[in-house]
Design a protein around this ligand. Structure first.
Ligand code: SF4
Ligand code: SF4
Length: 198
């Protein structure tokens, strides 16, 4: 999928891929087939555990940071901390590819929304050209509301981030996909990761 944020911006921010706790809710999620794709390319897989007891979606076990001045003590084991690079970039899960855009469900209303975290969370959004940002929003909504991706969410509902709206979430909603999610159709898998420069 297309990328909006450039690696140079992430190098200045370094918010993603590292965590305050070893079992943080935000730790990346992988479908079984995404894990298989990574396994086909490397044998040294870290530990994954079922997410919410699912047998289709798994959360990676974070590891301790090796950086002496680490702000966050835990990191994704696929992160090259020195260069701040994802070592499985081409195979990283869809859960990582979409950031800072998300699909989330608000518990109080039951609505499932396409949204993005604001520049208070993802600093790079403050630097993005407004026209590029608008174009990317349209692209992302079209992607998530395509039948292929809706089916991915139906098959892997654990990928939808569920939260209580009393919490502090700096998000802007783009579309309500609650109704579109309900029909049934054939199984599907998230699209494989594509290179950032494509
Ligand atoms: S929060 Fe945004 S700018 Fe910061 S590292 Fe993540 S994607 Fe990059
Ligand atoms: S898989 Fe890659 S992009 Fe995702 S959290 Fe780990 S290092 Fe970051």
């Amino acid at each position: 999928m297309k990328q909006l944020i450039q690696h140079e911006q992430c190098l200045r921010c370094r918010e993603c891929c590292r965590f305050r706790e070893d079992r943080q809710y935000f730790a990346p999620l992988f479908t079984a087939s995404e894990i298989d794709r990574i396994r086909a390319k490397r044998s040294d897989l870290p530990e994954f555990r079922p997410f919410k007891e699912s047998d289709r979606v798994f959360q990676i076990q974070l590891k301790r940071s090796t950086m002496p001045d680490a702000v966050y003590p835990y990191v994704c084991p696929f992160l090259d901390e020195e260069n701040y690079l994802c070592t499985i970039y081409d195979e990283r899960p869809f859960d990582c590819q979409t950031w800072p855009f998300i699909v989330h469900k608000v518990e109080q209303t039951g609505s499932t929304l396409v949204a993005y975290f604001t520049g208070d969370v993802c600093l790079a959004l403050k630097e993005v050209d407004p026209a590029d940002f608008e174009e990317y929003q349209a692209y992302f909504v079209a992607l998530v509301t395509s039948e292929k991706y809706l089916q991915v969410l139906r098959d892997h509902p654990e990928l939808i981030w569920v939260h209580n709206e009393d919490g502090v979430y700096h998000t802007v909603s783009l579309a309500d996909i609650s109704t579109a999610l309900s029909p049934e159709s054939d199984a599907a898998e998230p699209p494989a990761a594509e290179r950032r420069d494509q």
